[in-house]
Design a protein around this ligand. Structure first.
Ligand code: SIN
Ligand code: MN
Length: 213
C-alpha cells in the first residue's frame, strides 16, 4: 500500500506510518545498543550554559552544542570519536526522502531521546554546508515511541506555527523551499507510543547531509 503523504508546506512533508512496527523495533534496538555503549547518550550543554531537554547521540559526525559546528570527536563532551552512522539507519532516511520526492545522502544522524518532560526550542537547522542548504537537500526525521507535538513555522522566528503531531513510525521531511523553516518540539504526549517498542518516551532520528568535513 503506498504511504500517505501530507504536504504541510511546499517541501515540508509528513509521511504518516511509513515505518512498519518491525522496522521501528529494529531502530529502537540499534539506538539503544549504541546509546548504552561507551560512546553513548549525553545531555548537551548549549552556548549560554543551559542544558538541553533531551539526551543526544550523534552518529557519523558530532554536532557541537557550543560551537554549532560538526566535528569528528565530541569536543564539548568527552572527546570521544562520534560513532559511525550505520548503513541500516541511512537506508531508512534515503527511502523516506524518496517517498517525499527528494534525494538525500546522509552523513550524520542526530538521535534525540525525550522523556515525558522533553522538548526542543524553536530553531533552524542551518549548520550543514552552504551548498546543501542552497540546494534544499532535506532533513529527514523518524519518530519512535511517544507522540511529539512538533511545531513548524516560517523563515522568521516570529512567523505563525502549525502543530504537527509526530507519532511512532512517522517520517517528516523538511526540504526544498522549507529547508530553513523554524521548528521545534513543544511537548511529548506521555504513554502514546506502541507498548511493544518497550520505549518510555520518544526517540527522534534526524538525518542530514552536509556535515562532513
Ligand atoms: C530537531 O529538530 O533537531 C529534532 C526534531 C525532532 O525531535 O523531531
Ligand atoms: Mn532541527
Amino acid at each position: 500500500m503506498p504511504t500517505a503523504r501530507m504536504e504541510i508546506y511546499p517541501g515540508a512533508v509528513l509521511l504518516p506510518g511509513i515505518l512498519s512496527r518491525g522496522e521501528q523495533r529494529d531502530l529502537v534496538q540499534v539506538c539503544r545498543a549504541i546509546g548504552t555503549g561507551a560512546t553513548g547518550w549525553y545531555v548537551p550543554t548549549v552556548r549560554g550554559g543551559g542544558q538541553m531537554r533531551v539526551r543526544m547521540l550523534c552518529l557519523g559526525r558530532h554536532w557541537n552544542a557550543r560551537t554549532y559546528r560538526y566535528e569528528a570527536c565530541r569536543a564539548d563532551y568527552d572527546g570521544r570519536p562520534a560513532p559511525p552512522l550505520p548503513a541500516a539507519l541511512s537506508s531508512v532516511a534515503v527511502r523516506i526522502a524518496e517517498a517525499a520526492g527528494m534525494g538525500l545522502t546522509p552523513d550524520v544522524c542526530i538521535v534525540n531521546y525525550y522523556d515525558a518532560a522533553g522538548k526542543m526550542g524553536l530553531h533552524q537547522d542551518k549548520d550543514e554546508r552552504q551548498e546543501t542548504l542552497d540546494a534544499g537537500i532535506p532533513i529527514v526525521s523518524v519518530s519512535l515511541g511517544d507522540t511529539a507535538k512538533f511545531l513548524v513555522g516560517g523563515l522568521r522566528r516570529r512567523d505563525p506555527k502549525v502543530m504537527v503531531p509526530l507519532a511512532s513510525g512517522d517520517g517528516f521531511v523538511l526540504g526544498g523551499e522549507s529547508r530553513l523553516r523554524f521548528h521545534g518540539v513543544a511537548a511529548i504526549v506521555p504513554r502514546t507510543g506502541p507498548a511493544d517498542l518497550g520505549l518510555d518516551g520518544r526517540l527522534s532520528l534526524t538525518f542530514r547531509e552536509g556535515a562532513a568535513a
